[in-house]
Design a protein around this ligand. Structure first.
Ligand code: FES
Length: 112
């Protein structure tokens, strides 16, 4: 058994177009990206060895550890050491009363 919990990401309208915001996602970090008005979010955990990614001026996410590149619109790996065909894990978002929340699954053995 598990249950879903809503974790705060950002206020609606807080993240400008083409920009990002980091947020807590359980024991990990999430990264949210405004794609032409649509907010996308991923677990910020590179598919090579788990490094954090960040947005660079070329419009791509770059891993801070060994520089793999990912598409912030889809999470797909574009270049570098991360295996071809992999992607950042997407996070489902919900909007409620002016806030964006990330859906997080809590296993029974964890409570926080
Ligand atoms: S951990 Fe991201 S490229 Fe190695």
């Amino acid at each position: 058994m598990s249950k879903m919990k809503k974790l705060p990401v950002a206020k609606v309208g807080e993240i400008p177009e083409g920009r990002t915001k980091s947020f807590r996602y359980g024991f990990q970090e999430g990264i949210a990206y405004n794609d032409n008005g649509e907010i996308k979010a991923y677990v910020n955990f590179c598919t090579h060895a788990g490094g954090p990614v960040g947005l660079e001026p070329d419009g791509r996410f770059h891993c801070r550890w060994h520089f793999a590149e990912f598409d912030p619109k889809t999470g797909e790996r574009l270049a570098g050491q991360a295996p071809e065909g992999t992607r950042l894990k997407p996070i489902e978002l919900v909007e409620e009363e002016g806030m964006m929340y990330a859906m997080f699954e809590i296993k029974d053995e964890f409570e926080f």
